[in-house]
Write a protein that binds this ligand. Structure first.
Ligand code: G3P
Length: 230
């Protein structure tokens, strides 16, 4: 499963990219709102300079022509830009026209397998069901991932399921087991995935044992040398 960072924070992107595990980035207007001092275009161009993987830039217009205008503009910023389009009747038309123009899209705000099926048929390259927000309303977000992955596989649809609205590391494991092609995660979840209290404890213990063993070896070498001298 490919792992994307769900952020517009350049430092976070540089950090996870340096770990060698970054396959792409998703942004949205909320995440862009947390950045300071740069335009959305500048942020997208910077991100595309860090990763060669897909970078999603989201349109905010809700009419077809407005979505097309914003999306065409994003697509010119870098070769790896994917235009993020919200699921809606207008969104479907925009995605279908983007496909005809060779512009790749990420259909966002998917909450059911049927919405995903429609987006796939309209030509979305990526389908983004939001698992956390479904869990928030007492539904089972992972069910949509399982169903959509199965539909895409059975019907050999040319698209990928991108698990979004990931809230904790268990979502990542479950998405991978469900066969999700991609999951996009906040930086904090990458950190949570990398850490385990037993790993931390083990590192401390190994260091302690190593120092004790080295001290014992030094002491025995010294006493050997002293015996030789006497
Ligand atoms: O990728 C979509 C994601 O940003 C939404 O996450 O936590 O706002 O539901 P959340």
């Amino acid at each position: 499963m490919k792992l994307f960072l769900d952020t517009a924070d350049i430092q976070e992107i540089r950090t996870v990219n340096a770990w060698g595990v970054l396959d792409g980035v998703t942004t949205n207007p909320t995440l862009f709102g947390k950045t300071q001092g740069m335009t959305y275009d500048e942020v997208i161009k910077l991100i595309c300079g860090i990763t060669k993987g897909p970078v999603s830039a989201e349109v905010v217009a809700d009419d077809v022509e407005g979505m097309l205008k914003e999306g065409r503009h994003f697509a010119k910023l870098a070769d790896n830009v994917y235009v993020k389009v919200p699921m809606s009747e207008n969104g479907l038309e925009a995605m279908s026209r983007f496909r005809a123009e060779g512009i790749r899209t990420n259909c966002t705000l998917i909450f059911s397998a049927n919405q995903g099926l429609l987006a796939a048929k309209a030509g979305a390259s990526l389908l983004s069901p939001f698992v956390g927000r479904l869990d928030d309303i007492n539904e089972e977000g992972m069910t949509v991932i399982r169903e959509l992955v199965e539909i895409v596989t059975i019907h050999e649809l040319e698209t990928e399921v991108l698990t979004a609205s990931v809230r904790h590391p268990r979502h990542v494991t479950d998405a991978a087991l469900a066969g999700s092609h991609i999951a996009t995660l906040p930086f904090k979840i990458f950190q949570q995935m990398a850490s385990h209290p037993l790993t931390d404890k083990g590192i401390v213990q190994f260091k302690k044992d190593w120092e004790a063993a080295r001290a014992a070896a030094d002491a025995s070498a010294k006493s050997g040398a002293a015996k030789k001298e006497s």
